[in-house]
Design a protein around this ligand. Structure first.
Ligand code: SAM
Length: 173
């Protein structure tokens, strides 16, 4: 086979993988900065168990990217789930949590709007405003009482937050 053809094919496949890494229908892939996330997750947890404040909690991240926030929630004791539409990011997240032996961090491939979150204690959302607005309605109908929702940068248009810290807003159902 012609070497130019092989190189062009390789470049094309590389470009497709690179583009699909950043793509996302309700938000492109922009990861949460990790410097504050531990403190933010702790605020949604139980102060009586400061080392594992999320123990006994079910944590969901809607659009989990490379899985970094789910892994942090798992380290803090939660049964943590990420839902992500990019297969590359789901596979990377599974590989990373397997390597770190975080058995309580799970990643599902799919569209966040097609899943139900009725068992969630904490939901974390970093998506664009249109998706956040749609989720406000969906989560208000689905979540049990006293669940905590955390939005980053783009926030629910109607619900009143009980706390705001930097770019993170906290809500209760
Ligand atoms: C702004 S990034 C945030 C990533 C991660 N939550 C974080 O904070 O590091 C948004 C992520 O949501 C994913 N996403 C966007 N729309 C989605 C949808 N409808 N269903 C599942 N994942 C979605 C994108 O693929 C992307 O990884």
């Amino acid at each position: 086979m012609d070497i130019t053809l092989i190189i062009s094919g390789g470049i094309l496949i590389g470009c497709i993988i690179a583009l699909s890494w950043f793509a996302g229908s309700d938000a492109p892939y922009v990861p949460t900065k990790m410097d504050k996330i531990k403190e933010i997750l702790k605020l949604a947890g139980d102060k009586k168990t400061p080392v594992f404040p999320l123990i006994g909690k079910k944590f969901y991240e809607l659009g989990s990217g490379d899985g970094r926030v789910v892994r942090e929630a798992a380290r803090l004791g939660a049964k943590a789930f990420g839902i992500e539409q990019s297969w590359i990011r789901v596979l990377y997240s599974r590989w990373k949590s397997h390597n770190l032996k975080l058995n309580n961090a799970k990643f599902m491939h799919g569209n966040i709007f097609k899943k139900n979150y009725k068992d969630a204690d904490i939901v974390y959302i970093y998506l664009l405003s249109k998706a956040v607005k749609r989720l406000e309605k969906k989560l208000s109908n689905e979540l049990k009482k006293e669940s905590v929702m955390i939005t980053q940068t783009y926030h629910f248009p109607t619900l009143k937050p009980f706390k705001k810290t930097d770019d993170f807003w906290f809500y209760k159902t």
